[in-house]
Design a protein around this ligand. Structure first.
Ligand SMILES: Nc1ncnc2c1ncn2[C@@H]1O[C@H](COP(=O)(O)OP(=O)(O)O)[C@@H](O)[C@H]1O
Ligand SMILES: Cc1ncc(COP(=O)(O)OP(=O)(O)O)c(N)n1
Length: 279
């Protein structure tokens, strides 16, 4: 049986992030990808040049069209841009509480452009975090959501607990922005008290455009296939590590990651991701 996933996200004309990264990742992991577009960005490896949000009613109509007909078994959100879009997405998704929901709280693109209006942060916290199976903030996003600064593993743990208190079932706090350490370490924690760290070596490369989207899409694809949340995040960490390691030299800025790298490697590079149990 074909597994189907839905991404609710913005378009990146440069193809490295957003809905394009999500659909390529779904495909690479053997999942049929469907989409609801929230915004069009004029974007390349150098940055975001324009943003045009989609009418919230059209966002809702896309979600309904997909969910009313196709057997979706996991959903991901990416760039949602406005308070109105967040509210309407939450309203649509509340009718499907049994489908695992991964919320990537996208706020700012690598070049600094805002992909979420400031006044939409409250709606994200109140409407979407409470219905999420997993949220996947990076460090700057977790700092905005919690109002706390994060500089160490201990800070990550405190922030993760604060974010769990907002209602998601689990959090994966991504440590890619901690450039003070020689590894890329992410903290997984559930509301039930399970937690572990996933650590891989930090790869020195400018080609990291779309890492967050690709990582969350890989988790969603694994959930769509019926894997447990814990297995999904571990497989996705291998997927993103391979994609960054084999990043593509394209454009004049941050090139994209290579979505095909994991499939080409043929297997999990088990030595490249260390799991650190903290219970
Ligand atoms: N230079 C790097 N080398 C290896 N892994 C990285 C690197 N940068 C980010 N990662 C990993 O990529 C994933 C995405 O993280 P991050 O860059 O923090 O998110 P975002 O793209 O949302 O800012 C995480 O698993 C993180 O640890
Ligand atoms: C349309 C769109 N959605 C999301 C992002 C952010 O993607 P991310 O994976 O966090 O990658 P970077 O922007 O950090 O490279 C985006 N840029 N565009």
């Amino acid at each position: 049986m074909t597994s189907v996933a839905l991404t609710i996200a913005g378009s990146d004309s440069g193809g490295g992030a957003g809905i394009q990264a999500d659909l390529k990742t779904f495909q690479e992991l053997g999942v049929f990808g469907t989409s609801a577009l929230t915004a069009i960005t004029a974007q390349n490896t150098l940055g975001v040049h324009a943003v045009q949000p989609v009418d919230p009613k059209t966002v809702a109509a896309q979600i309904r069209a997909v969910l009313d007909d196709l057997p979706v078994t996991a959903i991901k959100t990416g760039m949602l841009f406005s308070d109105e879009i967040i509210r309407i997405v939450a309203e649509e998704l509340k009718s499907f509480p049994s489908i695992p929901l991964v919320i990537d709280p996208v706020m700012i693109a690598k070049g600094g452009a805002s992909l979420l209006q400031n006044e939409a942060v409250l709606a994200l916290c109140k409407q979407l975090l409470p219905i999420a199976t997993l949220i996947t903030p990076n460090i700057p996003e977790a700092e905005v959501l919690t109002g706390q600064s994060i500089h160490s593993e201990e800070d990550m743990e405190v922030a993760a607990k604060a974010l769990l208190s907002m209602g998601p079932s689990a959090i994966l706090l991504k440590g890619g922005h901690r450039e003070d350490v020689p590894f890329a370490e992410d903290l997984f924690m559930t509301a039930d008290g399970e937690h572990f760290l996933m650590r891989s070596k930090r790869i020195a490369t400018p080609n990291t455009h779309g890492t967050g989207c690709t990582f969350a899409a890989a988790i969603t694809a694994e959930l769509a296939k019926g894997h447990s949340l814990e297995d999904a995040v571990v497989t996705a960490k291998h997927f993103i590590h391979a994609a960054i390691e084999d990043g593509i030299e394209l454009g004049n800025g941050h090139g994209p990651t290579n979505h095909a790298a994991y499939r080409k490697s043929g297997q999990l590079k088990t030595k490249e991701v260390e799991l650190i149990e903290r219970n």
